[in-house]
Structure formats: structure tokens, C-alpha cells
Design a protein around this ligand. Structure first.
Ligand SMILES: [Zn+2]
Length: 477
């Protein structure tokens, strides 16, 4: 028997089997149970969340030989034909590849003929947003008042591009992006049915990398099975995907929190050697920082691997770290190579520290990655010190406190300094413009009242013999 990919093999055949879309399923079940059927449905949502699957299930519900039902039998000739794609009354087209108006006209040409095998003719138009404007116009007429025996099911990943005139003639269901938990659970079911053993971390990683798409997650699982055989484990999955496992994220965060540069860049080199995808590592770090911040805000657990960091980082740092990581991810595309982008982001996390934390740890932390260093308050009491040492440490502490105060003061006075600077700039500008005005006044013209000598003196720096000057009308300067 030929191998069938998981996404196709485990494609839901009934509404009850559809996962992750409870509202939509409930609405459809109610509609079929009450026989209140609309003539056009529009499913929107990202790839791999079940749009086409639902469209085919609707075709089954309409054409099952047991009658219109929310629970098609799955064994009658019509159900089987729909499942294997040979049902002639199910017309499925891809809007992206058949978007011309002639093609839409062809499609709708025999719409008035009755269904040959079943009760209803079902038109499924996938990626409907890709149709041309005139195609939409053609479709609109049929969509407005289709014959009794015709149902339309439209699917799109981009509902905003579907004209509002089309949307208003359909019942629209927006399918949700799948949560990691939903995908995780479904993958476990599938793997159990396939009798493949797995560990929690490997399934979690596959679910996360599906990025909300069940089909993507199942395709990755296919790939993992091809590599690992009947036993999935995190190491192989991670190697296959080149992504950061939870453990690496914990190690990196530990290095960052203790500000241990050597270990941090050692870890980075290790990741480089393993050929990981640094965008994935950044995403992992973002999730880690988020887990820690949420744990601080709601006193939940950030997970076993991160719980030891909880008391050693503060909320200001977490907020800033999240921002830096997001920016780092965004700028990754501009970096000459991913490693450079990643390392610069790590350096930024080490170098930019919120002021409150700087105040607590003014000493260079590079040489002392011991966690207790981060909270200097605990230090004097934890170690017994001689009176001489005590004296020295007190002086040091005072000096530290002074320098901290100075920095804080300087920071607080910053707006005042800026204001003074701007005032000074304005004054200089005003003086300059007044001088220019004055100079313009002195430019010699025929009507000028100033005596010629005065003008010549000013314009050419000319010197004159005082006796020679005998202008009674010279104005005093
Ligand atoms: Zn049936």
C-alpha cells in the first residue's frame, strides 16, 4: 500500500472530527440539524486550519444518501466518492490559478442543470480572493440567487481582499489559528494511532513549529518520522529542524541574567556548531522572557527550566529584554549573517540595563557571574567581615551610593539642561539675525543719509585724515 501523508490520512471526515474550531462546528451542526441551510459559506483563516476540509465535509453533509445531516455516514457511495475526490457534483476550483473571467464563466455555465449523483451541486472555490474583478462580478450574479440545488463554499486566507458585495452574500466563518495545545493533543492522537513512541518535548516542538497550522505541524511530523522511524525524540527532532530546544533557551537566559559573557558566547558558539536557526532561538528566548514576566505578574510557574531565574531578574529587565529580542528578530534580515545579528542582540541585552538595575549593581559584573551578586543588599550580612574590612566596605558602599545619587541627579536634571541649551541656541540665533539686519541697513545706496566717509570707512575699512574730514552733517555714531 502506498504511503499517505499524515495530513491527508487523518483529514477529518465529519464535523465531530474537526479539531480546534468548536464555534464554527457548532454553528454548522445546528444549521444542518434544523435544516436551515444558507446557499453560500465563506471560510477565512490562515493556511492549514481546515477551510477546505470543512468545505468537503459540508458537501458530504448535503449529499449523504441518508439525507441532509450533520453526521454523514461516511460509507455510502456519495460519502466515499466525496472522500476520494471522484464525486461529480462537487466542483472544486482554485481561485488563484483559475482567476480569469472566462474560466469563472465556464465554471458556472452548467449551474442550472441538476446534480447527477447527489442532491446538491457544491461549488468550492479555494483562495477566492485571487479572482479578478470581472470574475467576482460574474460570480456575484450566481451567488445572489443560485438555483435550489446549488451551494457555494468559498475559502480564503485573505478575506479583506474579497469584495464586500461577495462577503455580504455569504455566511462567513473565521477559522481560528490553532493553539499549540490543540496541535499538541492532535499530534499525540495521530502518533498513537500510528504506533510511534514519542517524548513530550519532541511533540511540543513540532506543535510549536506548526505556527498555528495543523497541516504544517503534521507535515513536520511526517518529516520527523522519516528521520527517526518509530521513535521520536527531542534531540533528533531538534537536529532535523535546526531549532533551539527549551534547554538551550534556559541556558542562554541563565547566562544573560547572571551577565556571564564567557559562558553566553560559549553557548552561542555551540549553537553555531549545531547549525541552529537563530530566528528560532530568538523566538524561544522571547517565549522564555514572556513566561518569566507572566510568572512575576500572576505568580504562576514559568516552567521547570526557568523557575530558578524567577527571583534573579526583575520586571523592568524582562520588559526591556523582550523589546530587545523583538527588535533583534526584526533586524535579523539586515544582518550580514544570522550569527552576527544574534550576537549583537545578546550584547545589547548585556549592555543596556534599566536604570533601576544599574543602581543596584554598579560594579562590573563580568568577572563575578555568581547570582548572589545581583542583590548586593544580602552580601554584607551573608559573610562575616573583620572590622577593617567592614570599614573599607562601608567606604566603598558610601562611594557607590554617592556615585549612584550623582547619576540619578544628573538624569533628573536632564530636561532642565536641555531647556537651557535650547534657550541659549535661540539667543544666539536672535543675535545673529539682528546683526544681519543691522549690516543690511548699512549697505550703501544713493539715498543713504550716512556721510560717504562713514560709509567708506565701514565698508572698506578705509582710513582718513581727520583734518580732511570736514563734514558738519556727520551723524554721531
Ligand atoms: Zn453517506
Amino acid at each position: 500500500m502506498t504511503y499517505q501523508v499524515l495530513a491527508r490520512k487523518y483529514r477529518p471526515g465529519t464535523l465531530a472530527e474537526v479539531v480546534g474550531q468548536p464555534q464554527t462546528v457548532k454553528a454548522l451542526v445546528n444549521a444542518f440539524d434544523r435544516q436551515q441551510l444558507h446557499h453560500a459559506y465563506l471560510f477565512s483563516g490562515t493556511r492549514g486550519v481546515g477551510k477546505t476540509t470543512l468545505a468537503r465535509i459540508i458537501a458530504k453533509c448535503l449529499n449523504c444518501e441518508t439525507g441532509v445531516t450533520s453526521t454523514p455516514c461516511g460509507i455510502c457511495a456519495n460519502c466515499v466518492a466525496i472522500a476520494d475526490g471522484s464525486f461529480v457534483d462537487l466542483i472544486e476550483v482554485d481561485g488563484a490559478s483559475r482567476n480569469k473571467v472566462e474560466e469563472t464563466r465556464d465554471l458556472l455555465e452548467d449551474i442550472s442543470y441538476l446534480a447527477t449523483m447527489g442532491t446538491y451541486k457544491v461549488y468550492i472555490i479555494d483562495e477566492v480572493h485571487a479572482l479578478s474583478d470581472s470574475s467576482f462580478q460574474t460570480l456575484l450574479k450566481s451567488l445572489e440567487e443560485p438555483p435550489e440545488h446549488v451551494k457555494f463554499v468559498l475559502a480564503t486566507t485573505n478575506p479583506d481582499k474579497v469584495p464586500v458585495t461577495v462577503r455580504s452574500r455569504c455566511i462567513q466563518f473565521h477559522l481560528r489559528t490553532m493553539s499549540i495545545e490543540t496541535i499538541d493533543e492532535h499530534l499525540r492522537t495521530v502518533l498513537d494511532k500510528e504506533s510511534i513512541s514519542y517524548d513530550d518535548a519532541s511533540v511540543r516542538t513540532l506543535a510549536r513549529l506548526g505556527q498555528g497550522s495543523m497541516r504544517d505541524a503534521l507535515s513536520l511530523t511526517d518529516q520527523a518520522i522519516a528521520l527517526c522511524g518509530t521513535e521520536l525524540n527531542e534531540a533528533s527532532v531538534v537536529e532535523m529542524l535546526g531549532c533551539a530546544p527549551q534547554n538551550d533557551v534556559a541556558v542562554l537566559l541563565e547566562n544573560l541574567v547572571s551577565r556571564d559573557r564567557d559562558s553566553l558566547f560559549g553557548t552561542v558558539s555551540e549553537l553555531v556548531a549545531r547549525g541552529v536557526d537563530f530566528s528560532e532561538v530568538l523566538a524561544g528566548l522571547e517565549s522564555g522572557v514572556h513566561a518569566l514576566a507572566m510568572a512575576k505578574a500572576t505568580s504562576t510557574s514559568p516552567g521547570d527550566t526557568l523557575v530558578s531565574l524567577l527571583d534573579r531578574c526583575d520586571t523592568a529587565w524582562l520588559q526591556q529584554a523582550y523589546q530587545v529580542l523583538i527588535m533583534g528578530g526584526r533586524d535579523m534580515q539586515y544582518a550580514p549573517e544570522p550569527r552576527v545579528g544574534f550576537e549583537m542582540t545578546m550584547l545589547r541585552l548585556l549592555d543596556f540595563v534599566p536604570i533601576e538595575i544599574q543602581d543596584q549593581t554598579p560594579a562590573p559584573i563580568v568577572d563575578n557571574p555568581v547570582p548572589e551578586k545581583a542583590t548586593p543588599d544580602a552580601q554584607p550580612s551573608s559573610q562575616p567581615v573583620s572590622s577593617h574590612d567592614e570599614q573599607t566596605s562601608r567606604t566603598e558602599l558610601e562611594a557607590e551610593a554617592n556615585s549612584t545619587n550623582e547619576r540619578r541627579k544628573a538624569w533628573q536634571e536632564r530636561p532642565k539642561r536641555m531647556q537651557a541649551k535650547r534657550a541659549e541656541e535661540r539667543r544666539i540665533e536672535k543675535e545673529r539675525s539682528e546683526k544681519a539686519k543691522e549690516a543690511a541697513m548699512r549697505v550703501f545706496t544713493a539715498d543713504d543719509e550716512l556721510p560717504y566717509v562713514q560709509v567708506l570707512k565701514e565698508r572698506f575699512n578705509a582710513e582718513f585724515d581727520a583734518d580732511w574730514l570736514d563734514d558738519k552733517h556727520a551723524k554721531p555714531q
